[in-house]
Structures are given as C-alpha cells and as structure tokens.
Design a protein around this ligand. Structure first.
Ligand code: PEP
Ligand code: MN
Length: 266
C-alpha cells in the first residue's frame, strides 16, 4: 500500500532499480575496495540476502595524508569486473573532477562524499555525466546548504539525485557523528528527492549500526548505505563500524519488518 507522501516523491532509477518509491533499498559493502576477490565474495553473499547495490570506494578522502588513499583506477576495474560475477548494481565515490568520466564509465551510481558537498566544480562536472548520484550531507551543513548543493546538480543537468544523511558534527563524542534523523525527515518534507541514510559513518561503532538502520527506515528513509566487511579487524579503513555478513543476515529481515510497518517493502 502506497501512502500519499510517498506517491508525491520523485523516483529515480539506478540501472532498472527504482529508488524513492515504495521499496526500501539496501546498499552495502566495504568502505574501501581492497581486492577483486573481496568484491566477488561479499557481493555474492549480500545479493543472497536481498542487498541491491554494492558500495565500495576506489578513491578515499582521508583526514590524514598518511592514511590509505584507495587503490584508484585498479579498484574501479575490480568493481566493474566483479559485477559480472555477483550481479549487483555498483556504486563508488568520486573525489576529483578529473576522474568523473572514468568513474561514471565503471559504475551505476556515483557518490559525492560529505567533504565534497560544496565542491561546486565537482558538482557541476558530475551533473554533466548523467549518471545517478548520491549527495551526502556535509558534517556541518544546514538543510538549506545541503539542498542547494543538490540544486547545483539539478540546475547543471542531473536530476537523478539521492540525498544521504550521514551524521553531523555535534558536541557528542561517543558516536563518530550524530545521526540527524530530525533533519532527514525535514529534508523529505522539503524536497521530492529520494533520501537514504548512512548509519555506519554516523555511528562509527558496529553495535550502533543496526538500531540506527531500523530507526532510519521507521522515519521514512528510502534506503540505507551500510559498511560491511568479512574481517573488520583487517579492514584498511573503518573496520570498527563495519558489520559482518552474518550481522547483515540478521538485520535485513528486521529491516523488512520495519519497512512493512511503515507501508513500504524491502
Ligand atoms: C564513505 O561513504 O565512504 C565516506 C567516506 O563517507 P562520508 O563522505 O560520509 O564521510
Ligand atoms: Mn567508510
């Protein structure tokens, strides 16, 4: 059953998959792409569970220049090659205007990370590539600033925008960021665009990811972006917040129940 609020929303398509409709879409995968085999193995397991899109970053924006920066072009190739094996749609972050064309050739869905939400040159370049794009909210952005950045993408030619709430910077240090579901709900009321939630970067801790995921769907999110790793202790980045595939197996049926409770399905 589709309620009125949902019926008014703009649906976008990633491959053939509608986002922003009745279905709640789960995107999951490693923070950073570490190998071809990692993508094939994780992709196959996640597909079995009902995940639709495999996330994974080839280029990593790191706070420290000494942290792992991503395997770059090589990882992009692994991502598109692995797709033939696991059959999921794939997404990745684009960091640099010079990489937009190459990244768009390799994946179904681009991601503009929170640090680049107001990189206007990048927004314009991504607007030109015509691939659907996730626009993350910056940790210090107001709703208005976030929506204006989405407006850049649309004004320059790309209406296939998915907003992503991923937590903001507050005085609280227990969590990596503070998941701002209040503003997420306001964003749904103030914009037609599909809206997903990234509980992983908001939480920074594995044990918080499942409850935040359920809360996000209950509050009306159109999808989730969740970090998953087969061996979090060996992950090159963000292992502390990564769920195990076995955690996902438990979580997904619970998410489906929450979705049903709010008139959606997963
Ligand atoms: C990510 O999703 O890989 C990421 C770097 O997140 P954010 O841009 O929200 O920090
Ligand atoms: Mn990460």
């Amino acid at each position: 059953m589709q309620n009125e609020a949902i019926a008014e929303r703009q649906e976008i398509r990633v491959g053939g998959l509608p986002i922003g409709g009745e279905q709640v879409v789960v995107m999951a995968g490693p923070c950073a792409i570490e190998s071809f085999d990692q993508l094939v193995s994780l992709g196959k397991q996640l597909r079995e569970m009902g995940v639709s899109i495999l996330r994974g970053s080839a280029y990593k924006p790191r706070t420290s220049p000494y942290s792992f920066q991503g395997f770059g072009k090589e990882a992009l190739k692994w991502h598109s090659e692995a797709k033939k094996e696991h059959g999921l749609l794939i997404e990745t972050e684009v960091l640099d205007t010079r990489d937009v064309e190459l990244v768009a050739e390799h994946v179904d869905l681009l991601r503009i990370g929170m640090r680049n939400m107001q990189n206007f040159a990048l927004l314009k370049e991504v607007a030109g590539c015509k691939k659907p794009v996730i626009l993350k909210r910056h940790i210090s952005a107001t709703l208005e600033e976030w929506l204006l950045s989405a407006e850049y993408l649309m004004a320059y030619g790309n209406s296939q925008v998915i907003l992503c709430e991923r937590g903001i910077r507050t005085f609280e240090t227990t969590t990596r960021s503070t998941l701002d579901l209040g503003t997420m709900v306001a964003a749904r009321l103030g914009s037609q665009l599909p809206l997903i939630v990234d509980p992983s970067h908001a939480a920074g801790k594995r044990e918080l990811v499942a409850p935040l995921s359920k809360a996000a769907i209950a509050a009306g999110a159109d999808g989730l972006l969740i970090e998953v790793h087969e061996c979090p202790s060996e992950a090159v980045c963000d292992g502390r917040q990564a769920l195990l595939p076995s955690d996902m197996e438990v979580l997904i049926p619970q998410l489906a129940s929450v979705a049903t409770a709010v008139g959606r399905w997963l």
